[in-house]
Design a protein around this ligand. Structure first.
Ligand code: BG6
Length: 490
């Protein structure tokens, strides 16, 4: 099947922080791809802004460099057309200088969709929204996009959401969790709700446990300043991993309508059994990497990257979550994520229960319970592990084999980056893949007690050597329950 490209409505997109890292690596390349594919109307404007004093042409050169670095098959003709769409307005969001010039530009056509993408440090979200409000730039056609982290705990998230909520209505606020824009993450919904096969088995009666691993091989690098104020629990678990857990665990929504999907995710978040000061020690493990080797080369430890000692920020988390509801009671969800692990790999493993009774003799060999593996990245795909008879003579011998589907092999189309889909959804006004305010609150309500327990504890994160799978305590966390981390695809 070929990809279907439907042009979106005419829009003006204003990118704040347009000379930053996110714009360089993700936003400008995503917009280029969608313009190239014919999804961006001819007259749509991409208005880039930052504190720097660029002319339109100087910014175009910056964007060209970004595209040269991050897009492998640049088409010269498309490139010059794309660059010609870019406009630049210098804005100092601190003093508010520049908002008048932006207003003058946007007021040319007040009726077109107007999206403000805040690709800036989170402490500027509120200020920019206030300026947009004061400058009278927000109308019924406007919407705002913000990136995580949304707050650093429940209270700060509520304050931020309230500030933004004074200027934009909830259906105008697009809170990005870029994991929701990944093709394979959306495929989770297709897999669960477009197949009759899984749903009858998708519960505690048939599923033993679920594992969600998001492992990165890179360290914090140049982001150490931000990262040290966050840590893996806030940076990855509060958002990406919990969103993945919700998609695995939620009830079938009534439709793909944004609120139907988000209502179901919210119920899962609310049903998460609290991890408290009394249980955090048993149910969570945090780690911090020390110097080691990655991709064959020596790499520094977290504290060396940070430039000073004494940080107790975790770069690794493993935890055991439980969902206290009828479908999932007693089924652990083991989550783990970390920087500088042995490999970059993200997978969801659904481990089914063993067969209730074997009719085979001992010579047939052991029977491994079925496992469904959803590989999010790299090598996106789905694998179902089943038992078969070993082919050929030798009697009935059983063997585990993968029913394997690699998306790259099955579909010869470019795998779009999450941001492409998400930016187009902002323009289309489709909130399905964005977090609603109450979801953010519910996620923090579960995370806050873990943070509090860690703060109250005298323990420091456990060290792990860069290039390994994290502290050995994370292996003990799952092995205590008689289970092991699945590492087939790794
Ligand atoms: C971001 C985190 O949200 O996700 C980063 O802030 C992390 O620390 C990144 O590296 C991982 O995203 P991806 O798409 O590379 O898995």
């Amino acid at each position: 099947m070929v990809a279907r490209v439907i042009e979106v409505e005419l829009f003006d997109l204003v990118v704040f922080g347009a000379s930053g890292d996110l714009a360089h690596r993700k936003l400008i390349p995503a917009l280029y791809h969608r313009a190239h594919d014919g999804q961006v109307p001819e007259d749509a404007r991409i208005i880039c802004s930052s504190r720097r004093a660029y002319t339109d042409n100087e910014y175009r050169q910056w964007a060209k460099d970004a595209l040269n670095e991050h897009v492998s098959d640049l088409d010269e003709d498309q490139l010059s057309k794309f660059l010609a769409r870019l406009r630049y307005v210098q804005i100092d969001v601190g003093s508010g200088e520049g908002f008048d010039a932006l207003k003058e530009l946007l007021d040319d056509r007040p009726d077109v969709i107007r999206a403000f993408y805040l690709a800036v440090a989170p402490d500027l979200f509120g200020t920019i929204c206030e300026h947009l409000g004061k400058a009278d730039l927000v109308n019924a056609q406007s919407r705002v996009v913000i990136e995580k982290p949304i707050g650093k705990d429940g209270a700060s998230a509520r304050t931020l959401n309230a500030t933004i909520g004074k200027v934009f209505a909830e259906d105008q606020i697009f809170r990005i969790d870029h994991y929701l824009g990944k093709e394979t993450v959306q495929n989770l919904m297709a897999l669960r709700f477009a197949n009759a096969l899984f749903e009858p088995l998708w519960n505690a009666a048939h599923i033993d446990h679920v594992q969600i691993t998001v492992a990165e091989s890179l360290g914090v690098g140049g982001r150490a300043g931000y990262y040290d104020t966050a840590g893996a629990l806030r940076d990855m678990v509060q958002n990406h991993l919990l969103q993945l857990l919700c998609l695995v665990a939620m009830e079938p929504p009534e439709s793909m309508n944004a609120d139907s999907v988000r209502d179901e995710k919210l119920k899962v978040l609310k049903a998460l059994a609290p991890i408290t000061e009394n249980t955090a020690d048993k149910l969570t493990v945090r780690g911090q990497y020390t110097a080691g080797a990655s991709a064959g080369g020596a790499v520094p430890g977290y504290l060396e990257e940070l430039g000073h000692d004494g940080s107790s920020t975790e770069t690794f988390v493993a935890l055991k979550a439980e969902i206290a509801n009828w479908r999932w009671a007693g089924v652990p969800f083991y989550l783990r994520t970390g920087k500088r692990l042995a490999k970059r790999v993200s997978e969801i493993v659904v481990q089914f229960r063993p067969i209730p009774h074997s009719i085979f003799s001992e010579e047939a060999g052991s029977i491994t319970a079925n496992r469904l593996i959803i590989r999010l990245q790299p090598d996106e795909g789905v694998q179902m592990q089943i038992m078969i008879k070993d082919p050929g003579p030798g009697g009935m011998r059983l063997r585990k084999v993968p029913l394997d589907m690699s998306f790259a092999d099955a579909f010869k189309i470019r795998n779009p980056d999450a941001y492409e889909r998400l930016i187009m959804d902002v323009i289309r006004g489709n909130q399905t893949l964005f977090m609603r305010r109450d979801e953010v609150d519910a996620a923090w309500a579960w995370i806050d007690p873990i943070l509090a327990a860690w703060n109250a504890s005298k323990d420091m994160p456990r060290n792990y050597t860069a290039g390994t799978w994290g502290p050995s305590a994370s292996i003990a966390l799952i092995e205590r329950d008689g289970r092991t981390w699945a590492e087939e695809g790794f």
